[in-house]
Design a binder for this molecule. Sequence first.
Ligand SMILES: [Zn+2]
Length: 498
Amino acid sequence: MGFTVLRGGRVLDIAAGTAAPADILVDGDTIREIGPPGLAAPEGTVEIDAARRLIHPGLVNAHTHSHGNLGKGMGDRWPLELLLTAAPMLTGHRGLDDLRLSAQIGAIEMMLKGCTACYDLFFEWPVPTREGMATVASAYAELGMRAVIAPMVADRSFYEAIPGLAEALPPALRDKVATLRMAPGAQTIAAIRDAFDGWTADRDLVRPAVAPTIPHHCSDEFILGCAGLARDFGVGLHSHVAESKVQAVASLKVYGKTQTAHLDALGVLGPHFTVAHGVWLDPDDMARLGDHGASVAHNPGSNMRIGSGLADTRAMLERRVNLGIGTDGATCADNQNMYEALRLASLVSKVQGPEWRRWLTTREAALAATEGSARALGFGDRIGRIAPGWKADLVLLDLDHPNWMPLNDPVNQLVHCEDGTAVDSVMIGGKLVVQNRRPVGVDLAALRDRAEAARERLYAANADNRRLYEALEPVVGSYCPGLARMPYHVHRYGARAE
Ligand SMILES: [Zn+2]
């Protein structure tokens, strides 16, 4: 790869709140120099006309699930606990081709909507495999999208994790759900170790991580096994923590303390640790995460869509938590639009009270969706910023689009006006992956045919899982809300007094 120069654009500096005219010289996959228009470039440099374009650092999705993309639109009113109940019907009978297809659909959607990297907690049943990880990795690598891919794992089923839930089920259903547990923990840990040993993808583009899915869905031994893998291979750990109120209350019953306090006691928190959601974190939990340099992937769309609540990002920032922003998967937050996630992150902060000085600023939201998310991905030293020495992950927005008429303030408009419709081109690592609003080298009609064929096949194959969901919905849907009926502080401090 040689040199590329983007000429005539306006380059967004989120921290400074400016978008000054500047040219960007890219050497291979890295930004070499940013200078005034007319910047000198070596002979043979490829020129990209960026006139009437706003260039912003690629948005980084701190939390999604690639397996969700084939299940988009399959549900409406479900809280987290019914979504987990629906998992077999949503993701059952998937093969390697489905893993690949689902990741491709999501990656293309994200890139078309200005996102250049993601943290993907993908799911392979009943145990992650070297082939499965290689399949997901190659789906991203072939499209040229940066990603961290983490197999989502547990050694307890949802029914074992929620106190009393299995006992609340009629015996016939109890027997059926007893089969819904992943492989034994030791086997899962060994399988991930094998996949990491066999990792061949360029770690600068696609790297692995590990995701013990929800702390109390994992034995302590299993969590420590995952943490050991993260340590041995120098990769990230990512877990859904304090997501729904039911989850937070169940954890109090299981541990006698919060999930975060338990993880801290196990010694697994650190700068490589990302908490997904964190809606029900208390101030002590946030301080624990902040003190360990850990991240929260804030998913405001998902938190509202599945009724988890409104996360207090101001309180997190005050306790030095690294804040990233994500969409979450397509079965719990539908689209994979980071502009929407940005706008919602701003709005969710602003809806929490009249003390407007505590509201998240657009600058804070935009920094979270770039530098903050990048840090959560473990890419904090090379993506999320437009600067010499950083990867050339750039989004070109069309300033002739109504979203930008007129251009009053680039950061306010990026967060509150842009919705992805002004994305003209996207570059990842110096390569154009979206050009003239089209994904480069992708046959969308062929992709649609594969998606429809997969939908038809999976719908038929999951008939039993659908019937199982229909039988479970009334029981789980009543038992779980019943667990968390009192205000959270009563559960929290009442539990301590018991
Ligand atoms: Zn998630």
